[in-house]
Design a protein around this ligand. Sequence first.
Ligand code: ASP
Length: 330
Amino acid sequence: MTTPAHPADSTVWTRKHLLGLEDLSAEEIIAILDTAESFAEVSTRSRKKVPALQGRIVFNLFFENSTRTRTSFSLAAKRLSADTQDFSASTSSLSKGESFIDTARNIEAMGADVLVVRHPTPGTPHLLAQHVGCSIINAGDGAHEHPTQALLDLMTIRRAKGRIDGLTVGLLGDISHSRVARSNIHALTKLGAQVILCGPPTLVPRGWERFGCEVAYQLDDVLPRCDVVNVLRIQFERQQLGLFPSVAEYSQFYMMTQERVRLGKSDLLLLAPGPINRGVELTPEVADGVNSAILDQVTNGLAVRMAVLYLLSGRVEPGPRDGRDGRARQ
Ligand code: ASP
């Protein structure tokens, strides 16, 4: 495959890091989605590899569990011919008292070009970006942002519907604790979608209308208006106790069932970031049904992460490492 046209060359993309979608312009988001479309084709080939990142090192630093995201970043880097290395927090010297920043600096000293970081504390990738010279990709920081998840959600919507602008997208469930919701809100509103946040009042933050969203507590009332519903996982690991009476109660009012799918438009598109809990947020029939694009999201995630790795390896702003050792980043 020939390497796709590099949007960084057209001055749309000049960033060194991907820390979140809040700061990105609509043009930058579209540049990533367009680049991802060029890379989607690579995954359909028998030789699923291009030489774009040959000689680069991509390091995964995950301080929280992950199945899809870490594997997806590793595969994306490999398809671009980069070397990849996983860092495991539990078996590292962090358990001997080494600071997070020292660990990252040591990894950088081994020649890492990109650090893909997941951490339970919001802002951790932003902190790292101030202390290391390599590119940082936020792979989820607490309840704050998960930019590549939202980008793959947008790519899946755009592929299914042909556009984002003018669509009504429902984000359903645990909005309060969801980094996926935050990143989706930033990106969808910038690209002209109408966003409805729907869930129990205890899981939908007050005042989020200020981000240009509609807030609703009765799913059955808003479903008929939605073109897309993104079914979020209940983030039990980030919740205080008692935000709803029981899982059974939650499911009664907010689980996506066949009956609820029938309330919606015939071409309602259902997304879920995963992991999905069958029988809690959606029924197995709905998860595997014709409206579900859950596995398309996983496929598109690979293309989005290839695009992000590729764009960050292009022209970038000067960073700490450039100042320290005089090496200009390519
Ligand atoms: N996999 C997504 C995340 O890491 C969603 C989830 O865990 O519910 O945020």
